[in-house]
Design a protein around this ligand. Structure first.
Ligand SMILES: Nc1nc2c(c(=O)[nH]1)N[C@H]1C(S)=C(S)[C@@H](COP(=O)(O)OP(=O)(O)OC[C@H]3O[C@@H](n4cnc5c(=O)[nH]c(N)nc54)[C@H](O)[C@@H]3O)O[C@H]1N2
Ligand SMILES: Nc1nc2c(c(=O)[nH]1)N[C@H]1C(S)=C(S)[C@@H](COP(=O)(O)OP(=O)(O)OC[C@H]3O[C@@H](n4cnc5c(=O)[nH]c(N)nc54)[C@H](O)[C@@H]3O)O[C@H]1N2
Ligand SMILES: [Mo]
Length: 711
């Protein structure tokens, strides 16, 4: 007789939705994974990436055993070995590296292949910190926006998607939720039914922008000027909430003075949007009262991305929107979770002065361009939860680093990604249905328990188990390195926190998820109606306290990155910083490379994950770039042709789609395609740069100029 059972789970992906799922198990195998019909947000529906999640577990190309490279780096020539052999090979190499160069010659590289508290961003931190390796500063995403957000509001979670149903004006600013946060949309539609206006601000007419009442398409990286101009209009026309500003905001005079420099006419020239439209949107936002802004992460990927987010976050406070249910803003709900970040990363084990390498600089660090590599070169790289050859900027530099014969590289993976092909040792990682985790979200307020549904395939292990094995192999003895998964769950969550009222492990085991106690139901929820922002002044800070001293990096890096780094001084009043590369800011460069290139998320992939799944590949189609007809005509291009996109850093090929869905002077490309899926065998990140932006050391992925030509 077949044995059937169901187990409650949670989606592992780095996505704001963190869906509640149900694993349907049949004879020890996951037969199907569905969205939990009883969940307040998932409501039974998974997305284009996850709706064949069972099959993903049993993809025949999945890595099931440890392997050792026998061919050239990058060649995909590997031989199966045992776990014992793999671990002793790692031990042998690391011991000799540590003896000759010290442990700082080892660089861990992780990001958010898995978002879990146990198996996610920080799962290896305690191991690497105990081994005293170089510290990885993980700022691929979110650190710039979080830093800016916290300067304005402090660590608050802001609005939840359910609150959108009560908004009267919803602005999606550099955010494309119909691809990247689909489960919020029913609440948006509910608001629209009640008369709410939907505004999308994006250089591209995305799926989301197509649904908007108003779509503004600014030049990339100019949003600070737009937001400051809206502030100008709102103040000059007396549309701000003087009482709310007076009681709960600081720095109004300074903000007013700064915004005065951005008349709609001036901002119009910078942003490429008409002055009338700037005024229209400013008035709509101010007059709607319960107005809300959903910021994406994309805004941070420009030279002045942090300052843009600072300016944007001032808007809801300026008009007093926080007084109303459905009014305010959301950047990362994550900041409301009762998670013990310090325990998760064990930053206290790091000796002050230890080298910190920002992972956006991977190529520069491996090639010796940065970080005193003459004194302590990087001799070993350990990659897990990340696919840097595809997702890190400046791909050629990263590849050059990975090709080094004297670099001992270990990669823990689900699949033989192009990064994994450069490994000396490949280790097989388990998938979400095969491991335990407790999940938070950065787009809502549910906490979820992902229970192990089946045993791992082959010899796969979870990240927690991987680091327990490595700790033992390296002869470590600290008890914290050997805690079980259940012990880690107990340690990482502040179960006594006020937000955990009525939630314990029994509840989570039974139901799978619970909504944190964050100030009542969404129809009445307005927790900042009387200010109470956890900033140094307790107010919404138009002028950011501490910004000038560089305290801005600290709060954002608390999410598990590094802990003792200080940033450089920044302007405490929101300002406009022009792009690193643009027709207006670098006209000389623009003669050679006249098109700005923005990259964003593919509808059917999750970063580079699922790009190797048949269904998702079919759904997503081939790599395309979108170009405006004017720019296409100048180059004599026809839709469907192959083109080459290039600049001084590199190039990639793509099919061209000519469309008015993009503003002239800009092209758009989805990121996530594996090199092997692209004719040029190089990807979007071949042309991106590894520069950091103004805040949180985030990446300037979409702040680049390129040229496009027929292939
Ligand atoms: N389907 C899908 N969902 C995902 C992911 C995925 O890969 N696929 N990835 C997840 C992750 S890691 C993240 S961080 C989120 C990201 O979620 P989003 O922030 O929604 O995603 P992006 O596509 O990066 O960017 C959103 C939009 O910002 C626009 N944009 C770029 N530059 C500018 C600018 O200067 N100004 C303005 N106004 N707009 C700009 C882009 O054109 C793009 O349409 O999505 C998560 N969800
Ligand atoms: N040009 C450009 N580049 C970008 C962006 C962009 O918009 N434009 N977006 C940036 C953003 S927002 C982000 S978040 C980063 C994402 O960068 P990454 O997090 O590196 O991206 P992923 O493609 O999700 O790669 C995660 C890898 O981890 C593996 N993995 C998944 N789960 C596990 C696990 O449990 N254990 C182990 N060991 N491995 C696992 C997956 O198979 C996958 O290969 O990329 C950034 N790069
Ligand atoms: Mo991200």
């Amino acid at each position: 007789m077949k044995k059937f059972y169901t187990i409650k789970g949670a989606c592992p992906q780095d996505c704001p939705d963190t869906c509640a799922m149900i694993y349907k198990v049949e004879d020890g195998k996951i037969a199907k994974v569905i969205g939990d019909p009883d969940n307040n947000l998932t409501k039974g529906r998974l997305c284009a990436k996850l709706n064949n999640f069972a099959e993903h577990h049993y993809n025949p190309e999945r890595l099931l055993y440890p392997m050792k490279r026998v061919g050239k780096k990058g060649s995909n020539d590997f031989a199966r070995i045992s776990w014992d052999e793999a671990l002793s090979e790692i031990k042998k190499n690391w011991q000799s590296i540590i003896k000759e160069y010290g442990a700082e010659a080892i660089l861990p590289h992780a990001y958010l292949g898995n978002l879990g508290s146990l198996n996610g961003l920080t799962s290896g931190d305690r191991f690497f910190n105990a081994l005293k390796t170089t510290v990885a500063e993980k700022t691929y995403c979110e650190s710039g926006s979080s830093t800016a957000w916290m300067l304005t509001y402090g660590p608050i979670g802001g609005l939840d998607p359910e609150s959108f149903a009560y908004s009267k004006c919803l602005v999606f600013w550099g955010h494309n939720p119909l691809s990247t946060q689909t489960h919020c949309w029913p609440f948006v539609l509910e608001a629209r039914k009640k008369g709410a206006k939907i505004i999308v601000i994006d250089p591209v007419r995305t799926r989301t922008a197509k649904q908007a009442d108003i779509h503004l398409a600014p030049k990339p990286g100019t949003d600070a000027a737009l937001a400051l101009s809206m502030i100008n209009v709102i103040i000059e026309e007396g549309l701000y909430d003087a009482e709310y500003v007076g009681k709960y905001c600081s720095g109004f005079i300074e903000l007013r003075k700064r915004a005065a420099q951005f008349t709609p006419e001036k901002a119009s020239k910078i942003c490429g949007i008409s002055a009338e439209n700037i005024i229209l949107v400013a008035r709509e936002f101010a007059k709607s009262k319960a107005s809300a802004i959903r910021l994406g992460v994309a805004l941070e990927r420009h030279a002045g991305g942090g300052q843009a987010i600072r300016a944007i976050t001032c808007l809801p406070a300026l008009v007093g929107a926080w007084k109303y249910p459905g009014g305010g803003a959301v950047q990362m709900t994550l900041w409301s979770y009762p998670l013990k970040w310090d325990k998760m990363s064990r930053g206290e084990w790091i000796k002050p002065g230890t080298r910190v390498v920002n992972l956006l600089d991977l190529g520069a660090a491996l090639t010796g361009e940065k970080y005193n590599t003459d004194i302590t070169p990087i001799k070993s790289l350990f990659v897990y939860n990340s696919n840097p050859l595809c997702m890190a900027p400046n791909q050629n530099k990263v590849r050059m680093g990975l090709e080094r014969d004297d670099l001992f590289t270990v990669v823990s993976e689900h699949f033989m990604t192009e990064t994994a092909r450069y490994a000396d040792i490949v280790l097989p990682a388990s998938m979400q249905g095969e491991q335990l985790d407790i999940m938070f979200s950065w787009g809502h307020f549910n906490i979820l328990l992902n229970q192990k549904a089946v045993e791992p395939a082959g010899e796969c292990v979870s990240n927690t188990e991987l680091f327990r094995r490595l700790s033992k192999t390296m002869g470590m003895t600290r008890p914290h390195l050997f805690m079980t998964d259940w012990e880690l769950i107990d340690e990482y969550v502040d179960w006594d926190s006020d937000t955990m009222r009525g939630i314990d492990l029994e509840v989570l085991k039974e139901k799978g998820w619970a909504r944190l106690w964050v100030g009542g139901s969404p129809d009445i929820r307005a927790p900042y109606s009387k200010g109470n922002f956890p900033t140094p002044s307790g107010k919404c800070e138009f002028v950011a306290t501490g910004a000038a001293e560089g305290n801005h990096v600290k709060p954002a890096l608390r999410s598990g990155y590094t802990y003792f780094q200080q940033g450089s001084a920044i302007d405490p009043i929101p300002c406009y910083i022009p792009p690193y590369e643009s027709v207006d800011s670098t006209p000389e460069l623009a003669k050679k490379y006249p098109l700005a290139m923005v990259s964003g998320k593919a509808h059917a992939f999750l970063n580079s994950q699922y790009a190797n799944e048949k269904l998702q590949k079919e759904r997503q189609g081939e790599q395309i770039i979108i170009i405006h007809p004017n720019d296409a005509n100048k180059r004599n291009l026809n839709s469907g042709e192959d083109v080459k996109i290039f600049n001084d850093r590199g190039s990639f090929s793509s099919i061209v789609e000519i469309s008015e869905d993009i503003r002239p002077g800009v092209i758009y490309a989805n990121v996530g395609y594996w090199d092997s899926m692209i004719k040029s065998q190089t990807g979007v990140n071949n042309v991106t740069d590894d520069r950091h932006t103004d805040m949180g050391e985030s990446g300037a992925y979409s702040d680049i100029l390129v040229q496009v030509e027929k292939m």
